[in-house]
Write a protein of this length. Structure first.
Length: 190
């Protein structure tokens, strides 16, 4: 009888430990830092007088990879290309009664949305107007403060081993519990 009770208690303890383990595995996963690796382009298509052009077709392409995607402006002339990989793109804009416009050198970076206004000129279908995109001084589409660090910048860091994590620890809100791999960003595990 004693042996049965001790065996039962042992099985209960093992069952409890197993249940605790399953609970920990299923709901106890740590929250990982969320890094946005894509960018976007949004804006408005207007005529020479500043009026919006609805139903204009915009086609964005990356000549190096062959990637293309097309969107149409809404009734207010607004468009959005989201989830674009960082690259240098070209945008072709066409609308009935207007000369096609090509905007070259549109640089998309991770975690950035470029605000790009495209002005179209009245013309025939055979005409094409080429424009080079200029760097944005002020990003007006989001309130996120971010930047893209190139691999060359990491190599030029004055840190031992040139570890990007050591560089990230210089940002406000990042704490380190004394061990390199226990870094937290705003109290969340990195």
């Amino acid at each position: 009888m004693r042996q049965q009770n001790s065996t039962r208690r042992c099985l209960q303890a093992v069952g409890f430990a197993f249940l605790a383990f399953l609970t920990l595995v299923t709901i106890g996963n740590p929250v990982h830092a969320q890094v946005l690796t894509t960018g976007g382009v949004s804006g408005v298509v207007v005529d020479q007088s500043g009026g919006s052009i609805p139903n204009a077709t915009l086609t964005i392409s990356d000549p190096l990879t062959g990637f293309t995607r097309a969107v149409t402006t809404n009734p207010s002339g607004l468009y959005t290309f989201s989830d674009l990989q960082p690259a240098t793109y070209q945008i072709r804009v066409s609308a009935k009664g207007f000369a096609d416009s090509i905007v070259k050198d549109v640089v998309v970076q991770a975690a950035h949305t470029i605000d790009l206004k495209v002005e179209m000129k009245v013309g025939t279908v055979s005409e094409t107007v080429e424009v080079s995109a200029q760097a944005q001084v002020l990003e007006t589409t989001t309130n996120t403060v971010s930047t893209t660090i190139s691999p060359e910048a990491i190599q030029d860091l004055p840190l031992a081993g040139r570890d990007a994590l050591q560089f990230a620890e210089l940002v406000a809100g990042v704490t380190n519990a004394g061990q390199e791999r226990y870094t937290a960003v705003d109290a969340l595990p990195a």
